[in-house]
Design a protein around this ligand. Structure first.
Ligand code: PLP
Length: 410
């Protein structure tokens, strides 16, 4: 039983949790990849398509006005949820990856030059690595990495030595998708900001799981994805400080992002629409608003408490198995609901396949963090990741599945 959430009531909102896989009850432990969606979010999608489907911002008819109001209301909800000073700082993208690429193109191309430096960490998801490697290669800039400790936390002892007068950007994850580590982003952002370095936080694994106030974090940019927090796929958010968005040139050009166009040129729309070229993902943004309502009603402190409980239980049970190597901090308070492990000499894919036969969905592989896997000296890990509907009973099913995997390969 969770002390923080009424998990039975929550589970009844998620139709997919009723299904079976290979004749077994589905135990969905791949939430770091994408979360499941409650009925409320699915209903919001259906309601939009059944009753007020229309393009937004330009329509002079009732449907268009309703759709525009619902789309912009979702933006207001997001702004409130993340503690943004106003909805003008909230740009909708397709996902975290696109939000980071937006910054790499619209801010990076204008502000990073030859000989400049970018600081990242060794625990980057490829989404927060490749755009900067591309930028650095194009501009002749250099990337420096904050290393990880054997516990899977960041080595911050020599952080100041990584900065130089040429450092232009520090970008890093709030929570590691492979290790679960919660990074002290406020502290690191403050170190960067006092040196005039621009900061970007990849919040893909943080925003869904804990209270996050982007102004308290203090970063210039903060990116996350709706699909990992009960919302539909195809929606991401870039929060950015307003002054930066004002300075930046648009990322993509076309309809919606312009104010006035002549054959000679154009002027740009107000914020945030300057960064939302073309017809946006209207239905999914609106449904994301319902996901925010759902999380708001639960309370993000309760979401976090529940995940700490389930994660602590999972860590305990995994430690009870012989031959399990766990990655990331020991203390569940220092990690999100992500547990990465290897089991004896079993290949993580074999572990994942056997678990699947038991109805347990986990992820196996490099989790889009290949350089991190190299630091850990492995090609991949098995990863169980939890959310609001997961229970300790489901952790028990995971453990039974692991025992079966060990017996199968004996
Ligand atoms: N950053 C982190 C830490 C992630 O875990 C993920 C997705 O797994 C991403 C970025 C990319 O998210 P998306 O695929 O929604 O762009």
């Amino acid at each position: 039983m969770s002390s923080a959430l009424d998990v039975n009531a929550i589970r009844s909102d998620f139709p997919i949790l009723e299904r079976e896989v290979y004749g077994k009850r589905l135990v969905y432990l791949d939430n770091a990849a994408t979360s499941q969606k409650p009925r409320q979010v699915i209903d919001a999608l259906v309601r939009y398509y059944e009753t007020y489907n229309a393009n937004i911002h330009r329509a002079v008819h009732a449907l268009g006005e309703e759709a525009t109001a619902a789309y912009e209301e979702a933006r207001e909800k997001v702004a409130r949820f993340i503690g943004a000073p106003s909805s003008e700082s909230v740009v909708f993208t397709r996902n975290t990856t696109e939000a980071i690429n937006l910054v790499a193109y619209a801010w990076g191309r204008a502000n990073v030059g030859e000989g400049d430096e970018i600081i990242l960490t060794q625990m980057e998801h490829h989404s927060n690595l490749i755009p900067w490697q591309q930028l650095a290669a194009e501009k002749g800039a250099t990337i420096r990495y904050i290393e990880i400790t054997p516990e899977g936390t960041l080595e911050l002892g020599n952080l100041s030595a990584l900065f130089s007068p040429r450092t232009k950007l520090l970008a890093m994850p709030h929570v590691s998708n492979s290790l679960g580590t919660i990074n002290p982003v406020e502290e690191i952002v403050a170190e960067a900001s006092k040196r005039g370095v621009t900061t970007l936080i990849d919040g893909a694994q943080a925003m869904p799981h804990m209270p996050v106030d982007v102004q308290a974090v203090g970063a210039d940019f903060y990116a996350f994805s709706a699909h990992k927090m009960l919302g539909p796929t195809g929606v991401g958010v870039l929060y950015a400080r307003r002054e930066l968005l004002e300075e930046m040139a648009p990322f993509l050009g076309g309809g919606e992002m312009i104010l006035k166009v002549t054959f000679e040129g154009a002027t740009w729309n107000d914020l945030p629409w300057k960064f939302e070229a073309g017809t946006p993902n209207i239905a999914d943004v609106i449904a994301f608003g319902s996901a925010i309502d759902y999380l708001d009603a639960l309370g993000m402190d309760n979401v976090r408490r529940h995940e700490v409980e389930v994660t602590a239980y999972a860590l305990d049970r995994l430690r009870g198995l012989d031959d399990v190597t766990l990655y990331g901090p020991d203390d569940p308070e220092q990690r999100g609901g992500v547990v990465s492990f290897n089991f004896g000499d079993l290949h993580p894919h074999d572990v994942g396949t056997i678990l699947d036969r038991h109805g347990v969905a986990i992820r196996a592989g490099h989790h889009c963090t290949q350089p991190l896997m190299r630091c850990l000296g492995v090609t991949g890990t098995a990863r169980a990741s939890f959310y609001i509907y997961n229970t300790q009973d489901e952790v028990d099913v995971l453990i039974e599945g692991l025992k079966a995997a060990r017996d199968f390969f004996k």
